[in-house]
Ligand binder design. Sequence first.
Ligand code: IMP
Length: 208
Amino acid sequence: MKIVIATSNAHKVQEFRAMLEPLGHSVVSAGEMGGMPPVDEDGSTFEENAAKKACQAALAFHCPVMADDSGLEVIALGGEPGVLSARYAGEGGNDGRNLAKLLGKLQGMEDRRARFVCAIALADAQGRLQGCVRGEVQGHMADAPRGKEGFGYDPAFVPQGYEQTFGELPPQVKNRLSHRARALEQAIRQFFPDAPRGAREGNRQEEA
Ligand code: IMP
């Protein structure tokens, strides 16, 4: 099945490809469809923003579209940076500055619990929302960035049950347990019930 993913984030496209292609789906990025239409991500939840991106991209591309909105929630900071994850350091910010700001705020704090959250929405070719699912991965923030894999806050996020950060763990491991993998697994089950089952099972087979 051909799945159009409404994101201009190359890292996300790469992750979606790594998770969906072993299941026989082909992933088409927003870039390959002529580029993501401008979407004001002003929702107060990941679900609202994912739905907005999916619906507006489906209208622009005239085909069904799946979109994700994701970010990091740090418990001791009341869920910051949350939906502002991509823009945490403000105008002109980037992954490095966002992470530096966050680690600065967490300096000396004992409670470093955090989770990554991903909402995935599906819109039909007429831009109508078909559904939205959520995946989460719990963990904690390291004191300093470690590793070069992944993107965003990955170098400082240690998933529960591991000692390495997502920046250090091989991509196959992140793609098996990440918030995006968990949301995608639900999305496939809910949105494409006739498709082959289990993104995580597919990746497990790959690892074996
Ligand atoms: P979005 O593109 O509006 O969904 O914003 C996502 C932002 O959340 C990214 O720019 C990253 O800062 C952060 N983020 C989301 N998913 C991940 C991930 O898998 N690893 C690291 N950072 C992530």
